[in-house]
Design a protein around this ligand. Sequence first.
Ligand SMILES: [Zn+2]
Length: 159
Amino acid sequence: MRPCKRDFTREGSCVTHRSRWLDLENRCVAASVIDAVITQHEWQVERYGADNRPMPDGTGPKVEWLAPVVNLAQSAYTGRIDADAIEQVIREEWDYDKESTDEERAAAVKSCTRLRVLREEVVEAAASDPNSEALYGELIQVSAVALSWAADIKERREQ
Ligand SMILES: [Zn+2]
């Protein structure tokens, strides 16, 4: 990453990243956030790397990537389809039973796609209180998932 360069004439913003300066960190906000995304990316690779690598992208013009939400809307359900309801329906599709067998868990992992992982993080961000620390954390996770996915696509192209 290109280093931050403080511009004292512009209220101390970073010339490199066009972002506000953080005195405590001696770098700009953008550099601080990118560092948090990379740290989260490293954690995700450490925890899920082996599972995510062979995972299909799951994208395409005919992919029904919001099927759980569409199914809810088309069902007899009469409640609001707000961010909480969407998060719940996406999690129901995603989560497997805690008492499931290793084979069931392996099957769930195998049916997963990169798009579903990103979708999960997006719905969690959407349901986060804007005044909470949770929203920042969820956005870092959205960014880290997108970073890992893009990195894998670039790796595939280089091979
Ligand atoms: Zn900077």
